[in-house]
Design a protein around this ligand. Sequence first.
Ligand code: ZN
Length: 371
Amino acid sequence: MSPWVRSASILARTIPSVASSIEIPTPDDWHVHLRDGPMLEAVVGYSARRFRHSMVMPNLVPPITDASAAVAYRNRILAAVPPSEHRELDPFTPWIVWYCSPAIDADELVTSHESGEAAAVKYYPAGATTNSDGGGTSLASFMTLFERMAEARIRLLVHAESTDPTIDIFDREEAFLTEELAPLCAAIPELGVTVEHVSTAAGVDFVAEHPQCAATVTPHHLARDRSDLLASGMKPDLYCKPVINSAADRERLVATVISGDPAFCLGTDSAPHPTTAKYGPTAKAGVFNAAYGLEVVADVFDRHDALAELANFVSRNGCAIYGVDPPEGTVELERASIDLERATHLTTSAGDEVVLFGDAEATRWRIRTPG
Ligand SMILES: [Zn+2]
């Protein structure tokens, strides 16, 4: 048994083979949307309570494309963290990503990265997801920028989803990887790339075949498949981009992360939208999982008898990928011996309601964080 698996509580005494709690190094979230204004204020506490680093996506309106906007956004995030969520060890640290756009000045990006301000650059195919209208029409159009990034060791984060309307929605990740990312990897093998929210077996294979690539995986792509999305009435709360794919794809993702593969780390892609934007003729893409995502992932690992690998996926692999020191503190996940009551919504100060993903799994786990 791994040393961080404890077995000292009532549940462990009644069921000796099942640890009642696990203690893991403070996890990181390598992909999150914190939004801005009242939504930021409503959601940032969930991330600050659970995670050390949060890789914060730049798809605001307007997007983050320069140093002053990035620094101002980071300061707004830190100002919105509730005092109760400040930690001594592993303090919450938002890392601000720049939005890949012709507006980026490469010299400014490199300087900002050297000073620790610019964490990475995120490429969105134009129109692929929320606030991506200013994205690129092709990776190939940014080759000069990517060459500078490779020299400066700035990582490229990719929303890997084709926007070709002739390609089936469930095949768009594979199409993008094959048609766009593979040529880029061949052209600039020194460029570090993260395939964000990988959602298919084809995506897992691609990362395995390209040593310069790593990938984030979300709680919802590990715990749900397209039958959950569509079989019993369309569930707009599970609608995200890339769309949740087949059961076989989900099983491949799970097998990969529970194997401890160091190229894969947690990126929640937590993306809050008000219910007014989710329920209607067209649903906005995004799943808000910052509240219970860690519990959902623990539940997936537990059901596959793989809790011993949880820390690699949520706490260690990402540190190695991004070259940061391991955390000093820990978070404890305690198995609930009774079903806990969990909130299903939050309400912002502007009166918007947001649905919390994973409340069912969260009734089986309780997170304890050091004060
Ligand atoms: Zn995202």
